[in-house]
Design a protein around this ligand. Structure first.
Ligand code: ADP
Length: 523
């Protein structure tokens, strides 16, 4: 009993280091708003606040057939999307792994011609009617594709680009294992279009899409409310958000004589915040010894500091570092219980040398979800996972409880930080002050939204679309976000009730298609 009490106390102490209280949340929200505004005015700020040239969100009545492709990491996805105009859509897709050698090819042509060939194969299989003319054109019959034969395509490209038009953006640098030097500084839409044209395909790269903007668009099309979606946010491997801003606030764009063209009639523009780098200088972010160590040993110290406290890529590592502290504790080391109350044959807990817990990035964030989701007596699931996935056998219930407590503190802190970003945007866009019905993005649709307002709200809801495994699978992530939103002075219980959070699947499919549609309207 003395060991278990001492261990529980030690676990509480470590968990307490991850506390991010109401005052801290409020301070961080103020800083978030300051950095939002700063980023709208000038370049080189902590949050990039990138203008996307997308000036409207859909209202669910959009119709038509579009294509979308997604190049983001290991796979290349091609799809066609039929928008039915009643908030629903159908989607056909194919997916191929990108050959390693193309990720590090000598020339960008090798990669982009591969992508164009995948688009060709997709058309051949799924859209014969759009493909027929291609062969005629190849044989020298130079009749250009007819207007209704042309597919507008949204290109989701999840690498840092300097966007200078709705379908124009220069690659700043490769990430995620890609390295093709001659592509850097080039317009990735033009590179893809060139290879599409070589094959005479009736496809126009109409829009360059960031995945957060896709999430926002997809949610706005499918969401049942009366007003358009305010914010699309991703909590997956990384975290980022895009939201609807007043165009006159985006002064670094509106005052830039070299800016590309955009439709200013809506008075709005979607801005990609790049909030992963919010507060890199740590004015308001929490900074435990575990955060410090994680950052120091990362490939990009001092950068993406918000992301390092919030997203799936990092939460598992934070937990690992915190557990190591307990494992190495001289008084009550974790996982050393002589576990005599257990039914296991080997009743002494053992961390095997092979355990991934000894290695950087060895602990996956999905383990935090296992911990949070296991309320069984004795934490059977949690202990099984430690045994099976982490080579830590015969863990006692007391040790499992300690792990669970720390994991919960890290998950809860991540959700409260996520709330900082959501709160900053809800407050700074003035949506809370907007009486219902006066939203400029109010739906003009005469079509009844099929799902209606189930909660009986009268149109003053503030809609947020989210995507990513963390928000989708971490138990109660949304509830923790809401708890923090209620604690924000400007929001409170009343404001929090107006925020509606919904999963927006398939931003890079239907979202990209919607951006291609919007792009086609202004072109
Ligand atoms: P991506 O953001 O790369 O498109 P995901 O949204 O699936 O893909 O996010 C992947 C991240 O989510 C990984 O960092 C992984 O550790 C984490 N993750 C996967 N499953 C879960 C889960 N059940 N609970 C919490 N995090 C998870």
């Amino acid at each position: 009993p003395t060991r278990s009490m001492a261990l529980a106390e030690q676990a509480k102490r470590v968990a307490a280091e991850f506390e991010f209280g109401d005052d801290a949340v409020n301070k961080a929200v103020k800083e978030f708003i300051r950095e939002m505004d700063e980023g709208l005015e000038k370049e080189g700020t902590e949050m990039s606040q990138i203008p996307t040239y997308v000036t409207a969100v859909p209202n669910g009545t959009e119709k038509g057939l579009y294509m979308a492709v997604d190049l983001g990491g290991t796979n290349f996805r091609v799809c066609s999307i039929q928008l039915h105009g009643n908030t629903t859509f159908s989607l056909t897709q194919s997916k191929v792994a990108i050959p390693r050698e193309l990720m590090v090819a000598k020339t960008s042509k090798e990669l982009f011609s591969f992508l164009a060939k995948q688009i060709e194969a997709f058309l051949k299989t799924h859209h014969e009617e759009h493909y027929a003319g291609t062969l005629r054109r190849r044989e020298g019959n130079s009749v250009p594709p007819q207007h209704d034969e042309i597919f507008n395509l949204g290109f989701t490209f999840s690498f840092p680009v300097n966007q200078i038009g709705i379908n124009k953006g220069m690659l700043m640098r490769w990430t995620k294992g890609f390295d093709i030097q001659d592509a850097v500084g080039k317009d990735v839409c033009a590179l893809l279009q060139h290879e599409i044209d070589e094959l005479h395909l009736p496809v126009k790269v109409a829009a360059l899409v960031n995945d957060t903007v896709g999430t926002l668009m997809a949610r706005s099309y499918t969401s049942p409310g009366k007003t358009g979606t305010l914010l699309g946010a991703i909590f997956g491997t990384g975290t980022n958000g895009a939201y609807v801003e007043r165009l006159d606030k985006v002064t670094k764009l509106t005052k830039d004589k070299n800016a590309g063209e955009y439709d200013s009639s809506t008075g709005e523009m979607i801005v990609n915040t790049e909030w992963g780098s919010f507060d890199n200088s740590l004015r308001t972010l929490p900074n435990t010894p575990y955060d410090i160590e994680l950052d120091e040993k990362s490939v990009n110290p001092g950068i993406q500091m918000f992301e390092k406290r919030v997203s799936g890529m990092f939460l598992g590592e934070l937990l690992r570092l915190a557990l190591l502290k307990l494992i190495k504790d001289p008084n009550v080391p974790l996982f050393t219980d002589d576990n005599s109350s257990s039914n296991d044959v080997h009743s002494t807990t053992q961390i095997h040398d092979s355990s991934p817990i000894w290695k950087q990035w060895g602990l996956d964030t999905s383990f935090l979800s296992v911990c949070a989701g296991d309320s069984s007596p004795g934490y059977r699931m949690l202990r099984q996972t430690l045994d099976k996935d982490y080579d830590i056998s015969a863990v006692s219930a007391e040790d499992a409880e300690a792990v669970r407590e720390i994991a919960a503190a890290i998950g809860r802190r991540a959700a409260r930080l996520a709330a900082v970003a959501i709160a900053g945007i809800v407050i700074n866009t003035g949506r809370l002050d907007r009486p219902s019905g006066s939203a400029t993005t109010e739906r003009k649709s005469s079509i009844e939204p099929p799902r209606g307002d189930v909660d009986g709200s009268d149109g003053d809801e503030i809609d947020v679309g989210v995507d990513g495994s963390l928000v989708e699978f971490y138990p109660n992530f949304e509830e923790y976000i809401r708890e923090a939103l209620r604690a924000v002075a400007e929001i409170g219980t009343k404001g929090e009730k107006r925020v509606r959070i919904g999963i927006a699947k398939d931003g890079s499919g239907v979202g990209a298609a919607l951006i291609a549609l919007v792009a086609g309207q202004v072109a």
